[in-house]
Design a protein around this ligand. Structure first.
Ligand code: HEC
Ligand code: HEC
Ligand code: HEC
Ligand code: HEC
Length: 463
């Protein structure tokens, strides 16, 4: 080899080192095994970046509870539309809390115009805050398959600031690219939120506002099935969304997928099901609550295309798998928990959950304790989502499949899987779903996946 080539190679090596050090974090990197051995399902983190993320996800202390005043807010005050059923002392405590979460520097005046009665709705911020109260209650009451009992408060998104970080606006790559050169679709404009990849910069509009199909592989070969998700455009958008999700949660793809088959639910982790509900929840937050505020916000708050600011996974998650490391802040605030808004007050909030099931994805997954066929609270929540979808779509029919693990006696396990499937079917019929819309499938053994996931019943749209 000539000296010249050797110098060239050395040069290349150096350049590569410099380039790569821009991509990777300095060691030490810790890895933690998550799936079965040999599946490569590990999570990698780095104590240095972890410290920064952790500092940004600390929770403020809850205000102490106040003795009840014994009067309802709607009777004590003049213009209380959302929190009327609250004890008026608790109402005042809630006002103090939202001030600390949303406008700690500006104080009560951020929403209540100085010199005006507290009942006045003069400031747009108060009108927005009222919608935000309703939205937060809807999230906590209707989206337990995602937020569980942890729930969210204003702080989950706002973090002590009137405008949360990590919002997005419609972008759509309008007016981009040269004539005849095709659609650029917002590509090759690296964004940090999407891992600096050359993917479309706006996976939000198609998936977190519109209900686009999240697929890279068509289920059938013929061109008329391309709508199932085989187009290059959908594939690129799907990967852009997945990159966003991974960045938002600070996790690898293998937190949810076994990368030997991204699409297969049987090989995915339970987190993927939670994420599936999360995608539907964010759609509802955006279309049911934030989009409609377009007319309330002043022009300087709107996007370049005149749309209202919207939420993504990052808005709540801020780089961690459970926002604020799963600190259950909401339980201390009855004003924000568990009270479903009446459909009339909040029409958009009604049946959106799981109304458009993913092709191939379960409507609900119910997990069971070893040796038991009883449905726990989480299982009931999951069933509620399926009931909602069935009630929202009269044409929808479902298959119910029980899965068993191979530990212990196989026959007994299959019998148990059948019992569990029947318990789920009964829960559906008890909730008013007609028997002829439910098809009970033969129990099967689950392949791969976590052990707890094997003891389950899936409710899937009938094929
Ligand atoms: C982020 C916005 C926001 C901040 C900050 C805020 N409020 Fe409010 N306030 C509201 C909203 C929204 C309502 C109406 C709630 C409803 O309709 O259920 C309201 C209503 C009230 C009412 C009832 C008035 C009436 O007669 O109808 C009182 C009293 C009140 N707030 C006191 C306070 C105090 C005191 C502070 C400061 C500690 C404060 N608020 C800070 C948004 C805010
Ligand atoms: C899911 C995330 C989320 C939650 C939870 C949330 N908000 Fe918001 N909030 C937003 C977004 C997004 C905006 C739009 C930002 C903007 O105004 O530019 C916003 C805007 C606001 C504004 C207007 C600020 C301004 O200056 O324009 C107020 C006031 C507000 N929120 C109050 C609240 C209150 C009070 C709660 C809790 C009851 C709450 N929010 C819960 C996401 C959230
Ligand atoms: C927090 C969980 C989560 C993470 C992390 C995640 N995904 Fe996904 N992924 C999902 C969910 C949920 C779906 C199904 C979405 C739907 O159908 O609505 C999905 C769907 C997909 C699909 C489509 C499969 C098909 O049926 O065609 C691909 C491909 C994919 N993900 C790749 C990735 C890649 C690559 C990464 C890492 C950059 C990743 N995912 C990270 C949850 C996740
Ligand atoms: C309104 C706030 C909010 C938004 C927006 C949000 N999440 Fe979540 N998410 C939560 C909360 C709260 C939890 C914790 C629930 C718990 O304690 O089990 C959670 C938990 C999760 C988990 C389970 C993590 C684990 O380790 O068990 C996944 C996965 C997840 N979210 C994915 C997503 C994805 C993907 C998106 C965007 C499509 C999203 N979330 C948007 C609030 C949110």
């Amino acid at each position: 080899m000539s000296g010249c080539t050797r110098t060239l190679m050395l040069g290349c090596g150096l350049a590569a080192t410099v380039l790569l050090s821009g991509c990777f974090e300095r060691p030490p990197a810790h890895s933690q095994q998550q799936g079965y051995r040999g599946t490569g399902m590990v999570q990698i983190d780095n104590p240095r970046t972890e410290r920064v993320v952790s500092a940004a996800n600390q929770v403020p202390v809850a205000l102490p509870a106040l003795p009840a005043a014994g009067t309802l807010a709607k009777n004590t005050f003049k213009n209380v539309q959302v929190l009327g059923e609250l004890d008026s002392a608790e109402f005042t405590r809630t006002m103090l809390a939202i001030t600390a979460w949303v406008a700690p520097e500006q104080g009560c005046n951020y929403c209540h115009a100085p010199g005006e009665d507290l009942s006045s709705d003069k400031l747009y911020t108060k009108q927005v805050a009222r919608k935000m109260l309703a939205m937060t209650r809807t999230i906590n009451a209707n989206w337990t398959p995602h937020v569980a009992q942890t729930g969210v408060t204003c702080y989950t998104c706002h973090r002590g600031k009137p405008v949360p970080a990590n919002l997005w606006f419609n972008e759509g790559g309008k007016g981009e690219g040269m004539k005849g050169a095709g659609r650029r679709d917002g590509q090759n404009r690296p964004e940090r939120a999407l891992g600096l990849a050359a993917l479309p910069v706006d996976p939000y509009t198609p998936y977190l506002e519109k209900a686009g199909v999240i697929r890279v592989a068509a289920l059938q070969a013929l061109p008329e099935h391309m709508g199932d998700g085989a187009t290059i455009r959908q594939t690129e958008q799907t990967y852009a969304l997945m990159t966003h999700i991974s960045k938002a949660l600070g996790v690898n793809c293998t937190y949810c997928h076994n990368s030997r088959s991204f699409g297969d639910w049987d090989q995915s982790t339970p987190a993927r099901v939670i994420a599936w509900h999360g995608i539907r929840m964010v759609r509802e937050i955006n279309t049911g609550h934030l989009d409609p505020l377009k007319g309330v916000f002043p022009p300087n708050r709107l996007g370049p295309l005149g749309d209202a600011p919207k939420a993504s996974c990052t808005t709540c998650h801020n780089g961690v798998a459970k926002p604020l490391y799963g600190a259950p802040m909401a339980k201390d605030f009855p004003a924000l928990m568990g009270v479903a808004m009446k459909a009339a007050e909040n029409p958009a909030a009604a049946p959106a959950a799981a109304a458009a099931p993913a092709a191939g994805g379960p409507l609900a997954r119910i997990l069971f304790a070893t040796g038991k066929a009883g449905i726990d609270t989480e299982g009931k929540d999951a069933i509620a989502v399926a009931v909602k979808a069935l009630k929202g779509d009269a044409a929808l029919k479902v298959d119910i499949s029980g899965f068993a693990d191979k530990q212990g006696k196989p026959d007994k396990n299959l019998e148990l899987a059948k019992e569990r499937a029947m318990a789920v079917r009964d829960a559906l019929t008890d909730a008013g779903i007609a028997k002829d819309r439910i098809n009970l499938r033969k129990p099967e053994f689950a392949i791969g996946g976590a052990a707890a996931e094997s003891r389950r019943v899936d409710i899937v749209p009938a094929s």
